[in-house]
Ligand binder design. Structure first.
Ligand SMILES: [Zn+2]
Length: 111
């Protein structure tokens, strides 16, 4: 394994850990949770490691709040996309669904 690969691997692990922590803490301390996400973003940009798509979809780009249905966001499913309303800064996040995803299939069968 190359040295740069190793760094990338470690960064990804850290980012994942930070997201886990942020998710755990969000219900006690929103601001602390936001700080953790900001830190994850810093690690990602400093080391040129992209935050995995799955994690990116989890937080509000504007205020860095983890979006949890019913707690920090409202979710709507429109054709081929999930629309998340952040309750903290009122930003809208759109997540486009691939045709393979379960939610997509569910929304198709309903209509
Ligand atoms: Zn927000």
């Amino acid at each position: 394994m190359k040295n740069s690969d190793l760094i990338k691997e470690i960064c990804l692990q850290r980012i994942q850990k930070l997201f886990e922590l942020a998710e755990k803490r969000i219900k006690q301390d929103k601001e602390n949770s936001k700080k953790l996400i900001k830190l994850a973003e810093k690690i990602s940009s400093y080391n040129k490691v992209l935050i995995p798509k799955k994690l990116k979809e989890k937080y509000c780009k504007k205020c860095k709040l983890i979006l949890i249905e019913g707690f920090s966001c409202k979710t709507r499913v429109e054709n081929k996309k999930i629309i998340k309303h952040c309750l903290d800064c009122k930003a809208i996040k759109k997540v486009y669904l691939s045709s393979k995803s379960k939610v997509f299939k569910a929304s198709q069968s309903r209509s």
